[in-house]
Design a protein around this ligand. Structure first.
Ligand code: FAD
Length: 247
């Protein structure tokens, strides 16, 4: 399986109001989550050393499950080299906002596919997989060409050409690569990782969830550091948190 390409393309910027005595030792989404939490009780002074730092404060938020404050801060990723099977799974997470490559768009050279490692390392399975996906691509190309030719005769050629690509796209397998812009708040990302980085999840989405986690641990360590990444005997990775029930 080719590794998915995971690019962080947007993140929260926090602009502290100048008439509130709020100073955080963090920035961006972490500072915003702390601000939102402290705003509930106007607890701008920090009498308790355990929650005086941003890290201590957010750790406490995670422990007590006051996770709504994490919803203010967001991260947006541009994901490429992933299959439509995986985006189908991502789209099930209802708190994300998504923009996916249109199936009406066919890249020059025809559609590429994501081949699972378990298939790729077995020559017989690899051959079957390649033959099936190539046959699908060929059938797609033939159907598209015929539909596009018919579309030329249509009074509304632009619409008919779009519909031709849409009809032909039905022949493409779920392994076909796609691209997705996905935005989520920190709470939604924690939930996604909690569900999709586990051993029970399919390898492709698990690999993606662990990759996203690494970026988020760099972006907002106090919010995601409780997830620990480990390796399974087959070399693939998973991630889990002792707070996963609250994820
Ligand atoms: C290993 C695995 C196998 C799976 N297999 C299948 C399968 O065979 N078939 C299938 O259809 N799906 C399957 N799924 C998908 C799964 O059922 C969920 O749709 C998906 O994981 C999204 O998670 P979620 O529903 O918890 O919520 P999200 O949409 O991510 O929302 C997060 C949380 O918000 C709350 N929430 C969101 N919407 C509502 C609502 N309308 N009402 C009340 N609370 C809400 C819930 O607490 C929810 O857990 C599988 C998932 C995994 C991880």
């Amino acid at each position: 399986m080719t590794d998915p390409r995971i690019r962080l393309i947007a993140r929260t910027e926090f602009l502290p109001p100048d008439d509130v005595g709020f100073l955080s030792d963090a920035e961006g989404g972490q500072a915003l989550a702390e601000f939102a939490g402290r705003a509930c009780y106007q607890s701008w002074d920090r009498p308790n050393p355990a929650t005086a730092t941003n890290d201590g404060y957010l750790r406490h938020i995670l422990q007590v499950g006051h996770l709504s404050v994490l919803e203010h801060s967001t991260a947006t990723f541009y994901l490429t080299g992933i299959s439509r099977a995986v985006t189908h799974e991502i789209l099930r997470h209802r708190h994300f906002s998504n923009s996916e490559l249109s199936p009406r768009f066919v890249p020059p050279g025809g559609p590429a596919v994501v081949e699972p490692d378990a298939v790729a390392r077995n020559p017989a399975l690899h051959e079957k997989f390649t033959a099936a996906t190539e046959a699908a691509a060929a059938a797609h190309g033939e159907l598209l060409a015929a539909l596009e030719e018919a579309a030329e005769q249509s009074p509304d050629g632009t619409l008919a050409r779009k519909q031709a690509r849409q009809h032909a796209a039905g022949l493409l397998p779920a392994a076909t690569t796609t691209a997705l812009v996905v935005s989520g708040n920190y709470r939604a990302w924690r939930h996604f990782i909690g569900m999709r980085a586990t051993e029970a999840a399919d390898v492709e989405i698990r690999t993606l969830a662990v990759g996203v986690l690494r970026v988020l641990q760099d972006l907002a360590p106090s919010v995601f550091a409780d997830f620990r990444i480990s390796q399974l005997p087959d070399g693939t990775e998973l991630a889990a948190s002792p707070l996963v029930a609250d994820a």
